[in-house]
Design a protein around this ligand. Structure first.
Ligand code: FAD
Length: 395
């Protein structure tokens, strides 16, 4: 038997034996396995599944074994993904550490930092948040002003971040700070600190939906140990950009309909609400829209897959991540527009009677999808990156 087929067989057996039955069902939003010091496990199987996967390093399958990762080759990782999909296994861990920080640490951190921070990410023990945006620095991120001063034996941080997703629930933050006010890009550093440090305050921002997924985050005389600087002083912009590429790669996957409330196929939804004629969606106009969306989704999935296979291990897709971020998030928004169109007046529900939980899920996900083309850099910014860094056009 080929080694990869042996790996498939062993993986299949292990997953069958270790993936709890309730982890083979679609994931309700409240069961998202974010982990962290204060994780609340509404379903104990989520924790069991996380621990079992983490014990093999399979929450981060391709990260090196020495830092707790799975040490899998790309081919083995593909097989693991296929075998998990075969039994409809949930992802064991949702984590900014996994999607953004970890890959950046593997590339830029020193040995001590890798050993301190990567294994807890793999095990889902520390929940990270991202301190990038500020009230005056969003698209023009390099204009950030959060001050970080060298005080001899530590750094002192003062300033404000905004839109910090889940800062009130996070244990640690990866943060961009200004260490040289005289320079723009070359005056930024990348630091890590514990959100429990005195002087850190996260105030949740309540949205129109009533949810508070992000915060204003204030830093007042926050003392940060010097060992928490990643890379060189004033060279944080390079790390920041690479981390954004990982973030964009992660967000672009949403265009394939992996978001909450999107498990229903467009086709079956259309048949349920518009009826069937000869096994097809009864409305020819809607049929055309659904077919177009499915074709675009398929073409995008294949392009992502091809690029992932071409990309060098661990480095992500580079500036091309902006193409995928742009296209994937716009595709995702179109998908939800179409779902709302299919639901008709049933897509107007927010809560209460008269709407099924699935209908309410679609409506909420439709609103949430609007944020996809803003977070991680807006669509306009992605087009600028594509123009400059992919096509080589002048400013
Ligand atoms: C759901 C969600 C989660 C987020 N989570 C986080 C987080 O965890 N941590 C974090 O740090 N940030 C987070 N953000 C913030 C996000 O990164 C910023 O909102 C984003 O970078 C845009 O910045 P801004 O909101 O300041 O908009 P602005 O930069 O003020 O942009 C306003 C408008 O102007 C356009 N624009 C700006 N500059 C240009 C230009 N040069 N060319 C063309 N058009 C331009 C933009 O496209 C946009 O339409 C999150 C945002 C959302 C929506």
């Amino acid at each position: 038997m080929e080694p990869i087929e042996k790996f498939r067989q062993e993986t299949r057996e292990w997953l069958e034996a270790n993936c709890p039955a309730s982890m083979r069902t679609p994931m309700p939003e409240e069961e998202s396995p974010w982990g962290g010091r204060n994780a609340k496990w509404t379903n104990p199987d989520s924790k069991l599944w996380l621990d079992r996967m983490a014990s093999r390093g399979w929450t981060a399958p391709t990260w090196p074994k020495e830092y707790g990762g799975g040490g899998l080759t790309k081919e083995e990782n593909l097989v693991l993904g296929q075998e998990m999909r075969r039994i409809k296994a949930r992802a064991p861990l949702a984590s900014f550490g996994l999607w953004m920080l970890g890959p950046a640490l593997l590339e830029f951190a020193n040995e001590e930092q890798k050993r301190e921070h990567i294994p807890p990410i793999v095990r889902g023990e520390i929940r990270w948040c991202q301190g990038y945006s500020e009230p005056g620095a969003g698209s023009d991120l390099a204009g950030l002003q959060t001050k970080c001063e060298d005080k001899g034996d530590h750094y002192l941080v003062n300033g404000q971040k905004i839109w910090t997703s889940y800062a009130d629930k996070a244990d640690w933050i990866f943060c961009l700070v200004r260490t040289d006010p005289a320079k723009k890009h070359d005056g930024i550093s990348f630091i890590l600190f514990d959100m429990a440090t005195p002087g850190v305050e996260a105030r949740p921002i309540t949205m129109i939906s009533g949810a508070s997924p992000f915060c204003e985050t204030f830093f007042t005389d926050v003392k940060v140990p010097k060992k928490n600087l990643v890379g060189e002083l004033n060279k944080g912009w390079t790390i920041a950009k690479r981390l954004l590429q990982h973030e964009r790669d992660m967000i672009s996957g949403m265009g394939l309909g992996s978001g909450v409330g999107s498990s229903a196929s467009l086709e079956s939804l259309a048949k349920d609400y518009f009826g069937e004629a000869n096994g097809r969606i009864a409305s020819s106009a809607l049929r055309e829209h659904v077919a177009q969306q499915k074709m675009d989704g398929k073409a995008f999935a294949l392009t992502l897959q091809r690029t992932a296979e071409e990309a060098k291990a661990g480095v992500g897709t580079g500036a091309a991540s902006s193409i995928f971020k742009y296209y994937g998030t716009e595709l995702n928004k179109r998908r939800y527009e179409l779902m709302l169109e299919i639901l008709g007046t049933q897509g107007l529900g927010w809560e209460g009677e008269g709407f099924t939980p699935e209908e309410i899920g679609v409506t909420r996900s439709w609103l949430r999808s609007k944020g996809n083309s803003i977070e991680g850099g807006t669509s306009e910014v992605q087009l600028n990156v594509v123009a400059k860094r992919v096509l080589g056009l002048p400013d």
